[in-house]
Design a protein around this ligand. Structure first.
Ligand code: MV4
Length: 453
């Protein structure tokens, strides 16, 4: 062990759900005890049952529990945790939280607050990405502060254009304009939506890509200047900006394209001086990649990358946060086979209404190539307060065709009753000809598969 390394004594996991379990498993595999935190609605949650210690940090409302920084820091100090893993969502991309954690001499398992802050501001993120050599969607260099400026930019870019909130992401505060006539309405409504949603009405403008795919590259960097890329994930199957089905590799990229976007992404990561796990998100249309955002955290769909690389991304993330050097190089990263993730939400497969209540029957699928990351157990009661994701079905096989077949088989075995889940939706999806052919874009699910919703 060199001087920059420190072994974590205890990790507090500032999250709930499947990701809390995932981090617990990684910590335990590394021999590190964990502290679970939970709201009073999660007293019987699996992440609490499996933790070495747990602390109740507040009432059901997330703003008073999982987002309560004071309560989280107190829980860490009280239990002697020397690291905090923020998981996914909640405070995982909150630069202020990362700063406060570090100020208490606790390691925030993630990148620097500066990187989180830069990537959280989409205008700053685009500037940083451009400086790091990534291809951008044609658009304004910075924020647009008047309708006159918007018109001037839009005429330069050419219609259709999209107005986006600088504090946005996840699709809120976005407006498309097809003509000069539509622009003033799009500009003012994007601004007021952004103000209402984020308390910040800063917007920027881009060429609107009509029918792209959403492809993201997993990158990983340590504090010794080593950077690797771990292939891409195809994430185009989504509804209302919630991903439902992801696969790795993307069915449409050639190995040459994969290698070139991977190398570009890791070069940019190195230029940014980034630390830890990160995801560079692109839109892909007509054989071109366009940077849109960078996620500065672990992602829900990370397991498919784990399946094709054979790496444990969460263990690696914890190790490099403790100052260790990466134990492998780019040449050691071999992508093999195919992986699919089906997100199983507690929601109706036809109308997407959330479903909560007690699960009386639970039978997860098994057998070769099947992994289930789930918070469900027989008798578990799904609380109505949080994200509806209850299980992730992750399937691996030697190629895409076998993987689709095995996913279908696993879905047939999967029983979660009597609540409504997306298992039924995935059963229909997996048989669909466009899915079989890999012939889909970000519009496909809503426009082709669910046209009547
Ligand atoms: C776009 C776009 C088309 N053209 N930007 C949606 C959320 C945010 N991450 C970026 N988003 C988009 N930006 C340009 N210039 C279409 C989307 C978009 C989208 C992107 C990724 C995955 C799903 C999506 C669904 C609708 C719109």
């Amino acid at each position: 062990m060199n001087m920059r390394e420190k072994n974590f004594k205890k990790i507090l996991i500032a999250n709930r759900g499947d990701v809390a379990l995932r981090v617990q498993r990684a910590a335990n595999d590394l021999g590190i005890p964990t502290v679970a935190v939970h709201s009073s609605a999660d007293n019987n949650a699996m992440h609490v049952k499996l933790a070495d210690e747990s602390v109740c940090i507040g009432p059901p409302k997330s703003s008073e529990s999982y987002l309560n920084m004071q309560a989280l820091i107190s829980a860490a100090l009280l239990t002697g945790a020397d690291a905090i893993h923020p998981g996914v969502g909640f405070l995982s991309e909150n630069a202020d939280f990362a700063e406060i954690v570090n100020a208490h001499n606790i390691t925030f398992i993630g990148p620097s607050p500066t990187h989180i802050r830069t990537m959280g501001d989409k205008v700053a993120a685009k500037k940083a990405a451009k400086a790091a050599g990534l291809p951008l969607v044609p658009g304004s260099e910075g924020e647009i502060s008047s309708i006159q400026q918007a018109q001037k930019e839009a005429n330069g870019i050419g219609y259709p254009v999209i107005i986006k909130a600088a504090s946005g992401g996840g699709g809120r505060g976005m407006k498309v304009a097809n003509s000069n006539k539509e622009l003033s309405e799009a500009f003012s409504s994007a601004r007021s939506e952004a103000k209402a949603a984020f308390g910040d009405d800063t917007v920027y403008i881009e060429k609107y890509l009509k029918n792209p795919r959403h492809i993201e590259v997993q990158i990983f960097a340590d504090s010794y200047g080593n950077v690797v890329h771990l292939g891409e994930r195809e994430c185009s199957i989504q509804r209302r900006h919630q991903k439902l089905f992801e696969e790795c590799p993307s069915p449409i990229l050639s190995s040459k394209e994969r290698q070139s976007i991977g190398e570009l992404s890791s070069k940019a990561t190195k230029k940014l001086g980034y630390l830890g796990l990160g995801t560079i998100e692109y839109l892909y249309e007509n054989k071109h990649f366009y940077f849109i955002e960078m996620n500065t955290r672990l992602q829900v769909e990370h397991p498919i990358t784990e399946m094709v690389t054979g790496l444990d991304l969460v263990c690696e993330q914890i190790k490099i946060a403790s100052g260790q050097e990466m134990s492998f190089q780019q040449k050691d990263v071999v992508l093999s086979g195919h992986a699919i993730e089906c997100r199983i939400n507690a929601e109706n497969s036809d109308n997407f209404l959330p479903s909560s209540g007690k699960i009386n029957t639970y039978h997860p699928p098994g057998g070769p190539g099947v992994r289930v990351d789930s918070i469900v157990y027989q008798g578990y009661e799904v609380p109505p307060f949080y994200d509806s994701l209850v299980s992730k079905l992750i399937v691996y096989a030697k190629d895409r065709e076998d993987c689709l077949m095995r996913t279908q088989r696993a879905l047939e075995e999967f029983i979660i009753e009597p609540i409504d889940t997306s298992i039924e939706l995935h059963k229909k999806l997996i048989r669909n000809i466009d899915i079989k052919n890999g012939n889909y874009t970000i519009k496909w699910l809503e426009e082709k598969f669910l046209p009547n919703l």
